[in-house]
Design a protein. Structure first.
Lengths: 248, 270
């Protein structure tokens, strides 16, 4: 089976929420290393894109560029057709939320963590709304709990709620279940799937787990040593082994 | 018995080194040897500073001798020379801070501006109020103590901040990813570094007279001033040092955010 080149694929669709065009990231000297090499992809509203690849393939680098925690050295990233460099970083990061491998909660209560994002642009969330958000992630009654007392799974649920409280259009997930045990991993995965579908969120989900990608993703992008090797519908990309792949 | 031994040793030293200069050199060698033996003891615990200390001591000795020579010249010269000397000290202090905080971009200008504002404004205020007389003999020693302390505190502040940032990259970037400003993302770690840098100076004020009797008071008493006035003046000097150092770190805390993040609010110290 032959896949269209990423550039061709992009030209076929005009209604992407987020587009990555020829995006590269190279470390400046003395490190001087090409972390990501001319990556192209598009993401539609409500679509889940899995980014697959071995350790060091550039998966997390790509995610950090999408949230602008790092700067692309080449290429452009568009959000709703607008070059993201024209959007103020703080506004961009509210529109493109990110969930990291570890929860990294701030000291304080669960409610304080959930309110953190909106508070940064002067908004307060009513208590009833926080309670609804926490109910959605299975943490009803946790509002006043000190985050230091939470389990790994509970902390990751709070991190998810904290990111969603900003009302993002795109959600970036950097192996959000990799630090969890199998049982917790499944429940967090189910939770994320229901939240993504319910809110029609566009998601970029970094994982090294092909089975997880098959369960969650609509499309798949595979990276190898910073280079995109294939990008296409999940069912097609995951069905074929590496040796079978090639661009048309 | 102990006093007798002391008297004998002093008499022997007087005989061996009849000139003040010769005796001074001998005392320096004795002090250096003592620190060398202590470092040998420390080395047994696995911490080897033997390579660093002799060079540091030699450098310190040469520097203080130059200062001694310059002071001798300045005491006979015009008052503006003392301001020049203080500016030189600020430049040297900023250069030392830069070496401590190498991973922080443009650390030299950060340190220089902070020391200039912190030490400069507090010293100017006290000169204006007449607390520190505008005399070379007073301004240079007091000014140097103030600048040295601002340098120490700033080194502690930047070093601690670098450590805090390095161990909380995830938390800082999580805050940024949620739309927080660099000030908010870094705030908690700036406060921790600021508090840590103030502790030694605060302890100095707290332990004044109980744990240590500082040099200025000892010098004033030896030169015939009333011990009560010397004590009050020592308090003034120590409080001045604290204020200048705290203000320096405060200025530093405002300037450092711009150096830790890019213009696009991305964390540089990773």
């Amino acid at each position: 089976m032959k896949f269209p080149t990423p550039t061709t694929y992009l030209m076929e669709c005009k209604d992407y929420l987020m587009e990555c065009k020829e995006v590269s990231r190279e470390l400046a000297p003395p490190a001087q290393k090409l972390l990501l090499d001319r990556v192209n992809f598009g993401l539609k509203k409500g679509e889940v894109l899995a980014v697959l690849g071995a350790s060091g393939a550039g998966k997390s680098t790509l995610l950090r560029l999408l949230n602008r925690l790092d700067e692309p050295t080449e290429g452009s990233i568009l959000l709703s057709g607008e070059d993201y460099r024209t959007i103020a970083p703080r506004s961009l990061r509210r529109r493109v939320g990110m969930i990291m491998q570890r929860a990294y909660l701030f000291p304080g209560t669960v409610a304080e963590n959930v309110c953190f994002g909106p508070l940064q642009h002067g908004l307060t969330i009513p208590e009833a709304e926080i309670e609804v958000l926490l109910e959605q992630v299975g943490l009803a009654g946790y509002m006043e709990r000190d985050v230091a007392t939470l389990s790994g799974g509970e902390a990751q649920r709070v991190a998810i709620t904290r990111a969603l409280a900003n009302g993002p259009e795109v959600l970036l997930l950097d192996e959000p279940t990799s630090a969890l045990d199998e049982l917790t991993k499944q429940s967090v995965e189910t939770l994320l799937e229901s939240l993504m579908r319910q809110r029609e969120l566009a998601c970029v989900w970094v994982t090294h787990d092909e089975a997880q990608a098959a369960r969650m993703a609509d499309s798949v992008l595979r990276l190898e040593a910073g280079r995109l090797t294939v990008f296409g519908p999940a069912a097609d990309v995951l069905r074929y082994r590496e040796g079978d792949l090639g661009y048309a | 018995m102990c006093c007798d031994t002391g008297k004998v040793t002093w008499a022997m030293l007087d005989q061996l080194f009849p000139s003040q200069l010769g005796r001074g050199v001998a005392e320096c060698v004795a002090a250096a040897l003592l620190s060398f033996f202590i470092l040998l003891l420390i080395k047994r615990r696995g911490v080897n500073l033997l390579g660093e200390l002799p060079l540091a001591q030699l450098r310190g000795l040469v520097q203080i001798l130059i200062v001694g020579a310059v002071l001798t010249w300045m005491l006979r010269g015009p008052r503006w020379t003392s301001l020049l000397a203080l500016l030189g000290m600020m430049l040297a202090a900023a250069s030392i801070v830069r070496r401590r905080a190498q991973s922080i971009p443009r650390a030299f200008t950060l340190a220089l501006i902070s020391i200039f504002v912190g030490a400069g404004s507090v010293l100017s205020g006290l000169i204006f109020l007449g607390v520190i007389p505008l005399k070379v003999a007073m301004l240079v020693p007091v000014g140097s103590m103030v600048i040295a302390q601002t340098m120490n505190m700033q080194s502690i502040f930047l070093d601690r901040l670098r450590g805090e940032v390095a161990s909380h990259v995830g938390e800082i970037e999580s805050a940024l990813a949620l739309g927080a400003s660099p000030d908010v993302a870094l705030g908690r770690y700036l406060r921790a570094a600021y508090r840590a840098s103030l502790i030694p100076s605060l302890d100095n004020v707290r332990s004044l007279g109980i744990v240590w009797i500082p040099g200025i008071m000892a010098g004033m008493v030896l030169s015939g001033a009333s011990p009560i006035y010397a004590a009050l003046y020592q308090f003034v000097v120590l409080t001045t040092i604290f204020s200048a150092a705290a203000l320096t770190c405060l200025v530093s805390s405002y300037l450092v955010t711009k150096r830790v993040f890019t213009v696009n609010e991305q964390l540089l110290l990773r």
